[in-house]
Design a protein around this ligand. Structure first.
Ligand code: ATP
Length: 229
């Protein structure tokens, strides 16, 4: 059953059109990987779903309810949480204080069950955490609001592969518990492995939408670079 549906979405920054006619859907507990070159519109799409940037056309529904113009805090209450690119933690707050900023729908014990890594550094200021710990805290902060749909913007950026593996293991646990994911991921192999479905954006348009398992890497690469026939 469909959780998120986006129909014909347009988004502008002033006169510049960043997204054109984007349509997609994500099922309850489903997982969609978004790929595309720098500037393709991936972050814009996540931010627009979260309500951080307005749509200029089209429609977004969550569980059949229109949220196209709903403010961000309504969307959080409806079950959408964004893990933004660059983590955006409060550096002078501790890991635990940053997580509490996200809400109280998930008790801290549950957060630490999922992320034992953070339990060990819960009282350390965010500025003193490693990149992997900071990313874990950013995901935990999003989980604290109790999302049904988690939007993840390039969580792998700048992290060692082993650390990224650990984060993706956590995402697999969340999915098994029924949380739906939309994830922006530059590593195409990882994107194909983590998503049931995969969408490639090129200059703000969907140029490939496929079941991830059916997407040959060459086909994804040529959509990514705009060299498809
Ligand atoms: P990246 O992988 O580099 O993060 P992206 O696919 O996430 O790229 P976006 O950040 O969504 O792409 O940007 C899409 C387009 O919108 C780009 O051309 C970008 O320059 C433009 N853009 C993004 N933010 C703004 C802004 N605040 N003002 C004007 N243009 C913007």
């Amino acid at each position: 059953m469909t959780l998120l549906r986006i129909e014909d979405l347009d988004v502008h920054y002033g006169d510049f059109q960043a997204l054109s006619g984007v349509s997609l859907s994500v099922d309850h507990g489903g997982s969609l990987a978004l790929v595309g070159a720098n500037g393709a519109g991936k972050s814009t799409l996540l931010r627009t779903i979260a309500g951080a940037h307005p749509a200029t056309g089209g429609r977004i529904t969550l569980d059949g309810t229109g949220i196209t113009t709903a403010p961000p805090h309504h969307r959080v209450r409806a079950g959408i949480a964004l893990v933004p690119e660059g983590r955006r933690l409060f550096p002078s707050l501790t890991a635990e204080e940053n997580i509490k900023v996200g809400g109280r729908a998930w008790p801290l014990d549950r957060v630490y069950d999922v992320f034992p890594l953070i339990a060990r550094c819960r009282n350390r200021r965010a500025a003193l955490l490693s990149g992997g710990e900071q990313q874990a805290v950013a995901i935990a902060r999003a989980l604290a609001s109790g999302p049904r749909l988690l939007l993840l913007d390039e969580i792998s950026l700048g992290l060692a592969p082993a650390v990224v593996d650990d984060l993706y293991d956590v995402l697999a646990v969340l999915r098994a518990e029924g949380t739906a994911l939309v994830l922006v991921e530059q590593d195409l192999a990882r994107a194909r492995a983590a998503g049931d479905h995969l969408i490639c954006l090129l200059e703000g348009r969907v140029v490939l939408a496929t079941a991830a398992a059916d997407a040959p890497l060459e086909k994804v690469i040529s959509a990514y670079f705009g060299t498809s026939q």
